[in-house]
Design a binder for this molecule. Structure first.
Ligand code: RB5
Length: 153
């Protein structure tokens, strides 16, 4: 069973809770990295742990939800090995998988109606990377990340 890590901040908490039953229904085993209430928190505190676990391969994918999805996308894309996309439609979710091999999906709990978010997740989890010419491009992102390790700041 593929593994997924999910987290949010307070603004994404309700959507996170709404989506959890769907993940199991779609055949994904998930761990919830919190928060466990809608008390105000800071999205980096919840986004980085998920992004790091996905990057080190403990989870196949991650889903991060804040108010807009923007903060979580900024956080996740700082982590080497993560390709995160803020998706606002099933079409973007599908293309982000087919062309960019995204391993983290971010969404806005305040900006995306829950039923639309459900369709986005369904497509994002069920779409494969196309490879081919897209792999060449994704490999260039990975090479850049590797070159940054060697480069002095
Ligand atoms: C929290 O109020 C909000 O700023 C946060 O959830 C997120 O939208 C940031 O990008």
């Amino acid at each position: 069973m593929p593994k997924l890590a999910i987290a949010s901040d307070h603004a994404g908490y309700a959507l996170k809770e709404y989506l959890k039953p769907l993940l199991e229904k779609l055949g994904w085993q998930y761990d919830d990295f919190g928060p466990h209430s809608s008390e105000p928190v800071d999205y980096p505190d919840y986004g980085f742990p998920v992004a790091e676990e996905v990057a080190r391969g403990k989870y196949d994918r991650g889903i991060l939800i804040c108010g807009t999805g923007i903060g979580m996308a900024c956080v996740a894309n700082k982590v080497r090995g993560v390709r995160a996309a803020l998706c606002t439609s099933p079409e973007l979710a599908e293309l982000s998988r087919r062309h960019n091999d995204t391993n983290v999906l971010t969404m806005g709990g305040r900006t995306t109606p829950f039923e639309l978010a459900e369709r986005i997740v369904r497509v994002w989890l069920n779409t494969s990377f196309e490879g081919g010419r897209h792999k060449r491009r994704v490999d260039k992102i990975t090479s850049y990340e590797k070159s940054c390790i060697r480069r002095k700041p």
